[in-house]
Design a protein around this ligand. Structure first.
Ligand code: PMP
Length: 430
């Protein structure tokens, strides 16, 4: 494939935008080469400015569960735009959105809309601190909760990919208030609770991880977190920015059968527009201004365009018969195909999949269940695999430490082609 225009565009962008991109994860830094500049997308496909077309498994990093430019979502945005893009005053659609979220996620009593996943987790942590009147938070190595100072400690996603899990610019004081534990290792959490009795405001976790690749929590681990938080009067926050409305109508908490105190959302909830949200127990949420003293605000929060895109998306997910069953079938087909490829080529690798989130780890390990397991991966091999797949028309996330997202728009033909391309890309590694 010819990427001439993208290469030129990236050279130009680097003169005006730091690193040439507005978010590091979309650079191709870890896989080598220049990022592609996209021009348009429809259904399962994205097209770059050179006119190359790819089957897309990034889906804007998660939001596009219905596929790109779904006609109903496009229509909702267009219609809304005609009535005004923003008022900074209450609108009816915000209440409808809150009702729809509550219907799909029963742990939500009330919910506050914000503009990104980062805002959602930042605000949820402030609220948990205000509610408990404690300072400390426990997060897990390799989990990513957006770019708030408090969470850029042993962070996953782009921070991990680019080798800056602890970023400069976070004060020592802030870093001191963030404790890190090991995912799927309950004793590491128990120890922190013992060392910091009555000091821990919140435990925040990606209930199924995506930002160090896909890892499922062991039952005893996730149940143990709930129990420890109950015993210590600590707020359990599920960061479902990625998993919310993706793994099931009710997100990861539905499939795991665990009720968090607060949940954060993003991505799908905005249908491709910039949105986040956080919600949960009434008693905690009532602490928020103007009902209570914990301040949090936003000029564009509950923005009509974003609400229209998000609400249309959520309603389609809620009302389309067997939506998640069909998505599961497509995703299972892809997993099976990739597994067969590894077997046929006699290559090592681990495929973790939960619903429509999947990661192929290039490792000799038997299983990937922890951040330590993730770190056994050969990122060089991944990079070569990624590039060959790209050249053959399949766009996976440009990092070993991310999930691939299957959407409802991926057809049988798309999935078959992906399995074939993956076979070729794996074969090229030998
Ligand atoms: N939490 C999780 C679990 C995420 O995956 C992300 C984004 N990848 C965020 C928070 C941050 O969301 P945003 O990029 O919208 O700020």
């Amino acid at each position: 494939m010819n990427y001439e225009k993208s290469i030129k565009a990236f050279a130009e962008a680097q003169k005006h935008i730091p690193g040439g991109v507005n978010s590091p994860a979309r650079s191709f830094k870890s896989v080598g080469g220049d990022p592609l500049f996209f021009a348009r997308a429809k259904g399962s496909k994205v097209r770059d400015i050179d006119g190359n077309e790819f089957i897309d498994y990034v889906g804007s990093w998660g939001p596009m569960i219905l596929g790109h430019s779904h006609p109903k979502v496009v229509e909702a945005i267009q219609k809304t735009a005609e009535s005004g893009a923003s008022f900074g005053a209450p609108t009816l659609v915000e209440t409808e959105m809150a009702e729809q979220i509550k219907k799909m996620v029963p742990s939500i009593d009330t919910v506050r809309m914000v503009n990104s996943g980062t805002e959602a987790t930042m605000s949820a942590l402030r609220l948990a601190r205000g509610y408990t009147q404690r300072d400390l938070v426990i997060k897990f190595e390799g989990c990513y909760h957006g770019h708030n100072d408090s969470f850029l400690i042993e962070a996953g996603s782009g921070a991990l990919t680019l080798g800056v899990p602890n970023t400069p610019g976070v004060t020592k004081g802030t870093a001191r208030d963030t404790l890190t534990a090991k995912f799927n290792d309950l004793s590491s959490v128990e120890n922190l609770f013992k060392q910091h009795k009555n000091e821990i405001a919140a435990v925040i976790v990606e209930p199924v991880t995506g930002n160090m690749g896909v890892i499922q929590p062991q039952k005893a681990f996730i149940e143990g977190l709930r129990k420890l938080c109950d015993e210590n009067k600590t707020v359990l926050i599920f960061d479902e920015v990625m998993t919310g409305f993706r793994l099931a109508k009710g997100g990861a908490q539905e499939i795991l059968g665990i009720t968090p105190d607060l949940t954060t959302f993003g991505k799908i909830i905005g249908g491709g527009l910039p949105v986040g949200a956080y919600g949960g127990k009434q008693e905690i949420m009532d602490m928020l201004a103007p009902a209570g003293p914990v301040y949090q605000a936003g000029t564009l929060s509950g923005n009509p365009l974003a609400m229209a895109a998000g609400l249309t998306t959520l309603r389609l997910l809620d009302e389309t018969e067997n939506f998640y069953e069909e998505l599961e079938k497509s995703s299972a087909y892809l997993e099976e195909g990739l597994k067969n490829n590894l077997k046929e080529l006699n290559l090592n690798g681990v495929i973790n999949r939960v619903g429509s989130m999947l990661t192929l780890f290039f490792t000799d390990a038997e299983k990937v269940q922890s951040f330590a397991d993730v770190n056994t991966c050969d990122t060089g091999l991944f990079g070569r695999y990624f590039k060959t797949a790209l050249d053959k028309g399949v766009y996976f996330a440009p990092s070993q430490f991310e999930a691939c997202f299957v959407s409802a728009a991926h057809s049988k033909a798309d999935l078959e082609k992906t399995v074939e391309v993956s076979y070729q890309a794996l074969k090229a590694l030998k």
